[in-house]
Design a protein around this ligand. Structure first.
Ligand SMILES: Cc1cc2nc3c(=O)[nH]c(=O)nc-3n(C[C@H](O)[C@H](O)[C@H](O)COP(=O)(O)OP(=O)(O)OC[C@H]3O[C@@H](n4cnc5c(N)ncnc54)[C@H](O)[C@@H]3O)c2cc1C
Length: 447
């Protein structure tokens, strides 16, 4: 049995705490807030929609308390507009297993209480750098999972892996109730993804709010200075929601009715800000020479565009727990464990996330064209549907399709595999359908 200290009661720290506890270790979890404070006084740190690979670890740990009540997201309903009011391509993809987005405040509160009930020690204390040193002296492994808060600066940025030095999007997140339960146009419960090449993206995520239950969590990813970039000055969630309704009516009018009756779920249920995507060194040496490990957002900060942060944090927690054997959990172990996590999962997730921040690549365009006409029906086994499904499955496991987004040969290979060897025909047919639908749209505007 090892003595494990974890600082931070977000999704990553708590998943690791439960994992280490279940593996038979002694766990001390340090949190700057109580479960009650998570519920009543906190902002959510993000939407944190999770896909099957992450959710399956939560289930293994017996932490899936909301399976029977939370909306089960089934797929994606994407409209791609290269320019304003030009919905060129739609994609309706279905995932093999559902995704879920649970209010992280509810989740942290419940997972903290559960940790204490299972025999973990929960210590309420904001940990300073000096205190961290004292904690590290008493434990075999000390993990810092404090998100992007102060302590993450202990870990040096990995310049070779980080790619960006500035935020690529200005973000707004608003949790709403009172909207429709579904999008009537599609036969599944989707994350609605409006993609405007010139300005940014809006996501409508089916969500389980701590008080209101089923609801929508809306994420705006605005390119700085664009027409979407209007939320920075919002003083309240109600104001942010008002801006959102105007933005949707102006830029994505087909979804205006969907947001019209929405109200703010709770006064703290919103955020504006930015994330500078970054990979940090796995270990940090404190002034005493003791070493601590980074986990979750402290280790890798993702822009939320590809919904990878919480998924990656859970996968990393699992990786750490499973790598811990009898050998000392020292600096060499921390660094080697991160390297194997990077190779196995995070490199693909980080690349995928960064790719979505950039203009569409030519191979990605090829995939979008090949799937055109997907309808998301569960009984649709056709090639176009399979390409659309593969696109959304990549959010669950970014190792599957990410390499194809930058490699035309691989993209065509994927299309050929999914459509029974007809990538050329899929491309021709896709382009013809898009052209036909564009003409129809233009004619309908003339009427
Ligand atoms: C708008 C937005 C939308 C997002 N959407 C998604 C999504 O759909 N899917 C997805 O996978 N990811 C998403 N993400 C990312 C995801 O929310 C984060 O990756 C995830 O919540 C990070 O969890 P964490 O436990 O690493 O850190 P955090 O959630 O930041 O938790 C760390 C916690 O540590 C505690 N703490 C901090 N400092 C101290 C200290 N000194 N002492 C003690 N305790 C301390 C605090 O309580 C803090 O909340 C989104 C992010 C944003 C901003």
């Amino acid at each position: 049995m090892k003595r494990i200290a974890i600082v931070g009661s977000g999704i990553s720290g708590l998943a690791a705490a439960h994992g280490f506890l279940r593996a038979g270790h002694r766990v001390d979890l340090f949190s700057d807030r109580t479960a009650e404070q998570w519920l009543r006084e906190s902002r959510p740190t993000g939407t944190a929609a999770r896909f099957d690979l992450a959710l399956s670890y939560e289930r293994e740990l017996g932490l899936n308390f909301w399976d029977d009540v939370a909306p089960q997201g089934e797929g994606v309903f994407l409209t791609f507009c290269p320019t304003l009011h030009n919905p060129l391509v739609t994609l309706i993809g279905r995932q093999r297993r559902p995704f879920q987005a649970i209010d992280v405040r509810l989740q942290s509160a419940r997972w903290m209480d559960e940790l204490a009930a299972r025999g973990g020690n929960v210590i309420i204390e904001p940990v300073s750098a000096e205190r961290l040193d004292a904690i590290a002296a008493e434990h075999d492994l000390t993990i810092v999972a404090t998100g992007r808060a102060e302590l993450c600066r202990l870990f040096a940025r990995d310049d070779a892996r980080s790619v960006h030095t500035t935020a690529q999007r200005n973000l707004a997140m608003i949790i709403t109730t009172g909207g429709p339960a579904r999008f009537d146009e599609v036969p599944l419960l989707p994350v609605r993804f409006d993609f405007l090449g010139t300005d940014g993206e809006i996501f409508f995520v089916p969500y389980f709010h701590k008080d209101a239950g089923p609801s929508w969590n809306i994420l705006v990813e605005a390119k700085p200075g664009s027409r979407l970039d209007r939320f920075a000055g919002a003083k309240s969630g109600a104001e942010a929601l008002k801006i959102l309704k105007n933005v949707v009516a102006e830029l994505f009018p087909w979804d205006a009715a969907f947001v019209w009756d929405m109200t703010l779920a709770d006064p703290l249920g919103w955020l504006v800000g930015q994330v500078v995507p970054a990979v940090r060194k796995a270990s940090a040496r404190l002034s005493s020479g003791r070493v601590v490990a980074a986990l979750g957002d402290t280790s890798i900060s993702y822009d939320p565009i590809a919904a990878q942060g919480a998924n990656s944090g859970i996968k990393q927690a699992r990786h750490l727990v499973e790598a811990a054997g009898d050998a000392p959990l020292d600096e060499a172990w921390i660094d080697a464990t991160f390297e194997s996590f990077w190779a196995a999962h995070a490199s693909a997730a980080f690349t995928f996330s960064n790719l979505l921040l950039e203009p569409l690549t030519a191979p990605a365009r090829e995939l979008l064209i090949a799937q055109y006409g997907s309808d998301g029906r569960a009984d649709n086994r056709g090639g176009r549907q399979r390409v659309a499904n593969a696109f959304f499955e990549n959010f669950n496991d970014p190792r599957t399709l990410t390499p194809a987004f930058t490699d035309m040969r691989r993209a065509r290979q994927v299309v050929a595999e999914q459509t029974g060897g007809r990538w050329l025909w899929s491309g021709v047919r896709g382009r013809a359908s898009i052209a036909r639908d564009q003409v129809k749209q233009k004619l309908s505007r003339l009427r």
